[in-house]
Design a protein around this ligand. Structure first.
Ligand code: PHE
Length: 342
């Protein structure tokens, strides 16, 4: 073989030792085998300078070298690609026996869960949602609800006044007035929201959540209220739950009642939750006082109504067996994780 060809072959053999990637192999192959600029490619162009009688042998030699180089570099290329693939498999290997990284899953706050549950129940009975403002005037929170300035019932609720006229609403009942001012009966609304009172102990918080219900239509009586509450307690506390009405007082309802339900823990036999009585107080309610309807321009000869107010925190505390209302507001993840709907 031509000495030059032999030299190129040796160069390829020793050069191949230094190749570390398929990219390098590609460049290396180009250096020798590229038709125009590769060293072997260029050998063919030398043909014109070769004496005629040597041309055939020279051509054969170059072709053989080319074939050999193609195979030789091709094999290296194959091995390199196989190794690279293997390396990638190793690097991207998933160890399915490794314990998974736990994904912290969010959950609705217990107050939201209870609120949604109550809304679902009443929405199923055809109630619409109305959300009133948290800052109210004295008129909406008290006066229109038949609680004028000098009324002793004002002392039932310690109020945060922002000014002589404005205050943080102490009850979602204020929303009743907004609704009745805007709309003539039939009215069937549910009004959830935050309320505020200067009150703070294990079962009271200065901010808490209420759910107001108001129905005004022709011929509404206390029986309608009790029938509806019977349905409500069965849905929220279980089929066997019963209600009991006790006389009470609210300036905006007449008659007024406190509503108890039979203890959903002991079924009425008496336990720690119901303090041995078999009954648990769940809400305040009553027939809407005619004075309130009149304040809103509703004809009391035609219409009557009932209203109720549920404390959401109290409902959540009963449902989840919590004895301190603060646990619902401290955002302690260990507590909240126990109070979810899963
Ligand atoms: N607003 C009353 C309270 O906060 C509850 C209530 C609402 C009572 C509607 C009767 C009717 O205590």
């Amino acid at each position: 073989m031509n000495a030059n060809l032999e030299q190129i072959k040796q160069e390829i053999i020793s050069g191949a030792d230094g190749l570390n990637s398929s990219k390098e192999v590609y460049e290396f192959r180009k250096q020798y085998l590229d038709g125009k600029s590769g060293k072997i490619g260029l050998l063919m162009r030398e043909m014109k300078n070769i004496p005629n009688e040597e041309k055939a042998a020279y051509g054969k030699g170059v072709n053989e070298l080319k074939e050999w180089a193609l195979t030789f570099i091709g094999e290296i290329d194959e091995k390199m690609k196989a190794k690279e693939l293997q390396d990638r498999y190793e690097a991207e290997k998933i160890d399915i026996s490794l314990p998974a990284v736990e994904n912290a899953e969010g959950n609705l706050h217990p107050i939201t869960l209870v609120k949604n549950e109550i809304i679902d129940i009443f929405a199923g009975m055809g109630f619409e949602i109305f959300e009133g403002p948290e800052i109210e005037t004295d008129y909406y929170n008290f006066t229109a609800l038949n609680t004028p300035q000098d009324h002793p019932a004002r002392d039932m609720q310690d109020t945060f006044y922002l000014s002589p006229e404005f205050l943080l609403r102490t009850q979602t009942s204020a929303g009743q007035i907004h609704v009745m001012e805007k709309k003539q009966p039939p009215i069937k609304i549910l009004s959830p929201g935050k309320v505020f009172r200067s009150d703070d102990d294990a079962t009271h918080s200065p901010m808490f959540t209420q759910m107001e219900g108001l129905v005004v239509d022709k011929g509404i009586t206390l029986c309608d209220l009790q029938g509806m509450l019977d349905e409500f307690v069965k849905k929220i506390y279980g089929e066997g739950t019963k209600t009991r009405l006790r006389p009470s007082y609210f300036p905006f309802t007449e008659p007024s009642v406190e509503v108890d339900c039979s203890c959903f823990q002991c079924g009425g036999a008496g336990c720690k939750l119901c303090k041995g009585t078999g009954w648990i107080e769940i809400l305040g309610a009553g027939v809407v006082n005619n004075k309130v309807l009149e304040n809103c321009g509703i004809d009391t000869n035609v219409y009557s109504g009932f209203a109720f107010g549920i404390g959401i925190e109290r409902t959540a505390m009963l449902k989840y067996g919590i004895n301190n209302i603060k646990l619902l507001f401290e955002s302690d993840i260990n507590v909240l994780n126990q109070l979810n709907d899963k």
